[in-house]
Design a protein around this ligand. Structure first.
Ligand code: NAD
Length: 535
């Protein structure tokens, strides 16, 4: 079967093409941001704007000596910081919340320039940092509080449990949501009394360095947050060798490597990895609302979002209506990456992302899939633009059926029952996010409970669960280990310490008492305490 690609009008104005030496951002601002990196000892790397090809930055890279120095500064600063009153640490986050909202124009420009995404998708990242800063500013005291615990011999033994910072947390973040993923994970680590050494992806380093500048303005002590630069394969191992905890967001394959390195050192790690997320449109769903939601859920940041939907299971009762409404909306998506809100979907970020998208679509078409929308690269708009794409007739032998595309490609499947939808949704090694659409919220909740994923959104694609940061976020199976957000998102950066005090009598035979008498006495005491409640 050959691809059927619908004719459509041109979408949105093309971004101005530029020579690779044109500057995408003001040179003095780039220089000021780059100077904040703990780098310089290794060969620099040049980055370009994906949407236009313009030069973004010549980035110094971090050598092992740079990394050593960054850790030395971070450890010294952490000792001071952990002793500061929590209220003082909290104030930094509260100020950062205000500053990121007030200064959003510049970071939106930087985010769009470095990633090629549409401005609305860049704004999601600004909102994410504000939401997390506010949440941890308001709840750190509650999460980090100490607890009196029941002693082994109540009245004679008291126990006290406290939270201590782990020390220096390494945050290795990817390029697709660079502000959200490098900053929002650092905030709870910092407020818990840790230092942070961040390694942003080179492609999006300026975004993290901008946040670093803002954090200092918000009152974060110099040196507490270090930013090192380098390719993952060059700096990953040296960072993990020095870390007290590693927070990694990226692909499953790299996540496994990082887990192995962390386990060899017996340090904790948190891994937020890939997904092949399903959206279920149930028989009682409103097809138009579900179609609106599908557009938001499938094409944010051109599908380069770990939480985005790549599989749509639609009940046969609403299939035709849903597909018509969905395609109509997909056709209207305006492609472009101008520094304004005039486009709906931007460019892919790298040639390799475009290659994966092209490979998945070509493989699917060659094996019999039908392209209902999109299915074309758009070099007329920029080197890595690809149209929002909808496939059907997708079968299990196609790459797109099971592998994460991480691009603007979604496959449509018709299902006859909830059971079939749930079975197919769960037929994956991943378990990050899912979405269920229905007019009956109770029905939605019951279906959600049967889906094997760290988050399920009812009547939304991903933002409801993701942005409800009081609740944890993270994946099952190949989608990762550990959680961000909520209590788990801050407690993972702490160790517990128990201080127990024994009074009056030791927990040992009294002078002159034999071990046998001691054992009988203890047995009687344990019987007596058997009904004492432990909270
Ligand atoms: P990747 O694993 O190749 O790279 C991700 C980041 O890890 C890059 O910045 C890279 O430099 C770094 N890295 C690579 N090798 C490393 C190593 N040995 N040590 C330390 N760091 C190393 O993944 P990618 O293809 O660039 O990113 C997309 C993937 O990330 C997708 O699978 C996506 O689902 C996943 N992702 C997951 C989440 C989440 O929250 N679950 C968020 C964003 C992206």
């Amino acid at each position: 079967m050959t691809a059927t690609v619908r004719e459509r009008p041109e979408r949105g104005p093309a971004p101005r093409r530029r020579a690779a030496t044109d500057r995408a951002l003001p040179a003095d601002r780039v220089a000021a941001l780059v100077a904040r990196a703990a780098a310089g000892g290794a060969e620099p790397v040049t980055t370009h704007a994906p949407a236009t090809g313009a030069l973004v930055a010549d980035l110094p890279q971090s050598s092992p000596a740079d990394i050593d120095a960054a850790f030395e500064r971070a450890r010294a600063a952490q000792q001071q910081w952990a002793r500061r009153p929590l209220a003082e640490r909290v104030r930094v986050l509260a100020r950062l919340h205000d500053l990121v909202l007030a200064r959003q124009r510049e970071i939106l420009d930087i985010l769009q320039t470095e990633t090629g995404k549409a401005r609305a998708h860049a704004f999601e990242e600004v909102a994410d940092v504000a939401i997390n800063a506010r949440y941890y500013a308001r709840t750190a005291k509650h999460h980090l509080r100490s607890h009196d615990r029941m002693g082994v011999l109540p009245g004679l033994t008291t126990a006290h449990e406290a939270r201590r910072p782990v020390g220096v947390v390494v945050v290795i973040s990817p390029w697709n949501y660079p502000l959200a993923l490098s900053v929002s994970d650092a905030l709870p680590a910092l407020v818990a009394g840790n230092a942070v050494v961040s390694r942003p992806d080179n492609q999006t380093a300026l975004t993290t360095l901008w946040a670093h500048e803002l954090a200092e303005e918000a009152g974060l002590p110099a040196d507490l947050w270090q930013v090192v630069l380098g390719r993952g394969r060059d700096v990953g191992a040296p960072l993990i060798e020095r870390a007290d905890f590693v927070d990694y967001t990226g692909s499953t394959a790299t996540g496994r490597d990082i887990a192995a390195q962390a386990s060899a050192r017996l340090i904790g790690c948190s891994l937020e990895l890939g997904g092949k997320n399903p959206m279920l449109v149930l028989a009682d769903a409103d097809p138009r609302k579900a179609a609106d939601g599908a557009v938001r859920a499938c094409y944010s940041s051109a599908g380069q979002l770990c939480e985005s939907m790549e599989r749509l299971y639609v009940h046969t009762d609403v299939y035709d209506e849903f597909v018509e409404a969905f395609l109509e909306r997909v056709e209207r998506i305006r492609l472009g990456a101008e520094l304004s809100y005039d486009s709906d979907m931007g460019s892919l970020t790298f040639a390799r992302q475009l290659d994966t998208v092209v490979t998945h679509v070509e493989d699917a078409v060659a094996k019999g899939a039908t392209v209902l929308a999109g299915g074309r690269a758009r070099p007329d708009l920029g080197p890595y633009f690809y149209e929002p794409t909808v496939l059907t007739d997708v079968t299990a032998d196609m790459l797109v059926h099971r592998e994460e595309t991480f691009g603007p490609v979604v496959s449509l499947y018709r299902v006859d029952t909830d059971d079939e939808a749930v079975t197919q949704a769960n037929d994956t090694a991943y378990g990050l996010n899912a979405s269920v659409w229905t007019r009956d919220v109770g029905h939605g909740r019951r279906v959600a409970e049967r889906i094997r994923a760290g988050a399920v959104n009812v009547n939304e694609g991903y933002t409801a669960a993701w942005a409800s940061v009081q609740a944890p976020s993270g994946g099952l199976g190949d989608s990762g280990l550990g959680r961000r957000h909520g209590a788990e998102g801050i407690l993972k950066y702490t160790n517990t310490q128990t201080v127990a005090v024994q009074r009056l009598l030791p927990i040992a035979p009294l002078p002159g008492m034999s071990d046998a008498v001691w054992a009988r006495t203890m047995t009687a005491a344990l019987w007596a305490f058997r009904r004492v409640g432990i909270k």
